[in-house]
Ligand binder design. Sequence first.
Ligand code: SF4
Length: 417
Amino acid sequence: MVKSQSSVRSRRSPRHQIQPHIQLNQASTQSSDSQASSVGDRSSGFLATVPAPPASLQHRLLAWYQREGRVLPWRQTRDPYAIWISEIMLQQTQVKTVIPYYDRWLHTLPTVHALATADQQQVLKLWEGLGYYARARNLHKAAQIIVTEYQGQFPPTFEQAIALPGIGRTTAGGILSAAFNQPIAILDGNVKRVLARLVALPVPPAKAIATLWELSETLLDADHPRDFNQALMDLGATVCLPKQPLCDRCPWQAHCRAFALQLQTELPMTETRTPIPRKVIGVAVIWNDQHQILIDRRKQSGLLGGLWEFPGGKVEPDETIEACIQREIMEELGVEITVGDRLITVEHTYSHFHVTLNVHHCHYVSGDPQPIECDEIRWVKLDELEQYPFPKANIKIIEALKAAPIPTRDSYTAHPS
Ligand code: SF4
């Protein structure tokens, strides 16, 4: 469908002063718009004009990618398993963080069979520190499905791939285009930002997802889908940066509406976010007379499922940290403890809340520990802790434990609750 440049519009009022309809027409003198096409969904209210013939944008981007594309380990292979692992690790995580995890993972679990037959604890240990642990649990489950239903071969169709645990639309596109050169579009966070700027999207990307998908599909070079998708990711990660885009180095600068309007640092528009809550948690490092520490394994479902932790819970209003710890340990494990000195306070942020972990040394008094609110409990020595997968915030507790002297019984008398 061929439309004029003026077809970029929103039926809702833009949140700030962009006035996209009028200003985009001014920008159009920079684009060869005679062949420009529109994408989007009238029913949702957003139509975006592709600011130049897709072939021109493809050519510019691929030429740039040949010169400037990053050399990354998962680009040196066509193995769908390795590419799948990289795509899952790269969700919510930067490349430089992922590379050592990727290398270690493939060294330890080099095939889908190796992953399918691995113990979940080994899988979580390999993932330790990467966060969003459902990704690791889903990789494990999906590997078992691939072995039992697809003879160990990663399924080559979009419908099969997206049906696997942990694989959404953009991840399926990333894997199938990179591994099999299939012409399937992607739309991760970086790509949303690039495309939103390219067309000067007058609303936050979350309000125009269908339009952005259609734009990504329209721009995709069906003859070079692997390189095109990788190039688009690189453009977002290295040039079209969130705060200060490097427009002078951008192959799409001549066609970019945000650049033409000098709105590149204001776009994409953002949603107004409500502040995320803070939870204050009391945490117990419970020692017995054999200098062992009691740890528990979280239930499979929910946040950090399957990982080990030091037990504890949320501080109630008007409750002291010490009283909270004693109450939680009785409720969760059925044991009585004495609460002693503070070991460390750890601040950590998850996607939807902050936590403050107030960690105290504690001493076991009585009761047979029961896994009432968890899947398993164990007494372990300090130097055995690193064998278990822990969340990042708990790793800081382990580091503090290693740096501190083991408490004596006398140190538990100072803090009656
Ligand atoms: Fe992003 Fe600037 Fe390139 Fe536009 S010109 S796509 S804002 S880097």
